[in-house]
Design a protein around this ligand. Structure first.
Ligand code: HCB
Length: 215
């Protein structure tokens, strides 16, 4: 029988082999073995996606490979969905979070994971999707009275749009009552400080810890 480490390593390999059926099977095997769905997402699937990104950048993998890898990851995460939801319910109504991928950017996998983990932690999450207009974030925050507006940016060309969130929330007169959160692979604590965002989320676990501390 495979050890937990082997199951996680195999799950990572399934993404690197672009195999959605195997990723789904291994997600189920991980749950049956009592491995936390968070562990398999972070140490199996996400670790593989990081490697795919590095190889894409190095020119050893191409866009169709990236698409196939993200489809395999989605197939695996789908199986983990019910188990992730079972982790939830510890404290309903912690706060309202409007989240989405920033204007111009269609990457959604990381944002989806953050949104799921926040729901599990008891936050009310308004997931705006991807390539969300800055104005739509602001309007939604006003409409629901959000405590947090979180944006995800996966590209150096789109992270600059996070500055617009700061500016437009100020113009709408709601910046003082709203915390801003930024995340995504090229985003850093330095960037958050530079643009005046309140929270930098390095990964989904970090986001949940920081927002739990605040609310
Ligand atoms: Co895409 N892509 N891509 N891509 N892609 C990246 C991001 C590059 C870095 C790859 C590279 O060159 N090394 C690169 C960007 C370079 C740059 O910075 N300028 C890139 C490019 C260039 C592109 C296209 C332009 C390619 C093209 O068409 N020529 C195009 C984008 C077009 C557009 O947006 N307008 C594109 C398309 C795609 C897809 C569609 C094939 C696919 C996305 C599928 C989807 O999301 N539904 C994709 C993918 C998968 C990637 C990589 C390989 C992985 C991203 C990912 O899902 N990681 C990525 C390489 C990389 O990032 N290393 C590559 C896994 C998740 C779990 O990690 O960092 O997103 P995460 O999220 C973490 C963390 O950051 C944090 O928590 C999450 C969970 O722990 N977090 C937040 C995330 N959002 C947060 C928000 C918060 O408020 C707080 C915390």
């Amino acid at each position: 029988m495979a050890t937990n480490e082997e199951i996680i390593a195999n799950a990572k390999a399934a993404i690197l082999d672009f195999d959605p059926e195997l990723a789904a099977e291994l997600a189920q095997e991980a749950l049956d073995a009592g491995i936390s769905p968070v562990d398999i997402i972070e140490n199996g699937f996400t670790a593989a996606m990081t490697e795919v990104g590095d190889q894409f950048e190095a020119g050893t993998l191409f866009l169709p490979h990236v698409i196939a890898a993200s489809e395999a990851m989605s197939a695996g995460v789908e199986v983990l969905g019910p188990a992730l939801e079972k982790l939830g319910g510890e404290s309903e109504g912690r706060g309202k979070v409007v989240i989405g991928t920033i204007e111009g950017d269609i990457h959604s996998i990381g944002k989806d994971i953050v949104a799921t983990m926040l729901k599990i932690a008891g936050f009310q999450v308004f997931d705006m999707g991807r390539d969300v207009l800055i104005n739509d974030f602001v309007e939604k925050a006003k409409e629901v009275g959000a405590q947090v507006v979180g944006t995800s940016a996966l590209m150096t060309t789109t992270m600059v749009n996070q500055i617009q969130i700061e500016e437009q929330l100020k113009e709408a007169g709601i910046r003082e009552n709203t915390k801003t959160m930024v995340g995504g692979a090229p985003v850093t604590q330095d960037w958050a400080d530079q643009i005046g965002a309140d929270i930098y989320g390095e990964n989904a676990g970090d986001v949940v810890n920081k927002l739990k501390e605040l609310f």
